[in-house]
Design a protein around this ligand. Sequence first.
Ligand code: NAD
Length: 502
Amino acid sequence: MTQTADDILKNLDLTAAELSGGSRAVRSPIDGSTLAEVHDTAASEMPAILERAQSAFKAWRVVPAPRRGELIRLLGEELRAAKDDLGALVSWEAGKITSEGLGEVQEMIDICDFAVGLSRQLYGLTIASERPGHSMRETWHPSGPVGVISAFNFPVAVWSWNAALAIVCGDPVIWKPSEKTPLTALACTKIFERAVNRFDDDAPEGLLQTLIGDAELGKVLVASPSVPVISATGSTRMGRAVAPVVAERFGKCILELGGNNAMIVAPSADLEMAVRAIVFSAVGTAGQRCTSLRRLIVHNSIREDLVKRLKAAYAGLPVGDPQAEGTLVGPLVDEAAGDAMTSALKAAESEGGTVHGGARVTEGVPAGGVYMAPAIVEMPGQSASVKEETFAPILYVMGYDDFEDAVEMQNDVPQGLSSCVFTLNMREAESFLTAAGSDCGIANVNIGPSGAEIGGAFGGEKETGGGRESGSDAWKSYMRRQTNTVNYSAELPLAQGVKFDI
Ligand code: NAD
């Protein structure tokens, strides 16, 4: 039997006092019901929060990194134990289907495992000195408190990408989750506390602090000079507001903003595989992933066939209660998201597009949620509305004749997050991954643009913000680099052969 949201919140240690009497009503996208009324963090509490983060930093930065990794190992264990509850809460609060809610928690577990290994591999370099009797090296030190601002659509994974790395790197975290998903944030904070309670006594108070509130509270965090790194995930509009404020005070930004991701389907593509990849990445999470497939650029010789196959696949898509078995398309987050989808479809029509699907679904779905049939829109070209990210399941289809033109079209949008090509032609596949190919942070061959693994650096170029999180060497953004030169000789030679005898 499905547990109620109340049961799950209790399992995750949230108390009645935390869940009631507050000014922020949390509603479920599934049926619009109120899940809780949580308490906002007052802006007046910020000075104490920032001070606590500073004290935590002073204590944590001198704890050996492998020991810091042990805390994240425990966090991974606690996440494994809480996976079903937290996954279900993601579904209640963000409207994801059950397996995607669980998948998000699995991603958290994976990044914890990655960060534990990393805690023994925060490697610097040794560098050849040009001076005799000198050695040079590069070391990495903790930066200081990291402010994490996250979006509603990955309410828990994005926090863990940042927090697991920041904490092994020696940085406390101040987290401002989306105002639409405070419950999953409070639940993660409790799970983190479980790990801290098992971590003997050297985890300082204030290692993780979670702020509940909207953009106004986020602005206070972003403007705080004692927070050297701001990692902000959300819309390009948000990034445009955040980046200059952080730059003004010479802080560092990790920006993970909007995407407008494309797939090129070449004549040699395995179309059956392509259809599966297209449907998952265009309608999964009801098109509310930053990496959702939004643009399909298809060779004109196979365009009609592919659209026919897609229309058939879309016709059978189960739209409805995300917690019901078999559902593949859950609700949009709120009414505004439904309205944005409807107006984007109208705009596409006015630009010459032919819309298939896209209507509001009211039958066989829970009342009070915003359920939309995913849409395929055949476009005459890449017009204005195609170049915008609409956070909904809309797939624009455009044709091409020449592969180079297809790559140009893929690149000709303001965003640069994820991209892919379906082809069995080695020349096309390899050229897509070169300097003259895709201009995105992520470029794939024969898989869709969404569902990245944590091992790679995640992020994108242009209006996507340029930040990288998660795997590879993304950890370097959470640390400061220091170049050390040591003179172990009895002479004082100057670099570049400069003579300065006194
Ligand atoms: P949003 O921009 O409305 O909000 C994101 C977060 O930013 C929220 O916590 C919000 O309170 C905060 N915020 C907004 N304005 C702010 C300001 N001026 N100062 C400080 N904080 C501010 O985004 P959303 O609707 O929650 O999420 C959807 C968007 O996020 C989409 O554009 C999607 O592509 C993007 N996204 C990107 C990634 C990525 O990794 N590139 C991942 C997930 C989501």
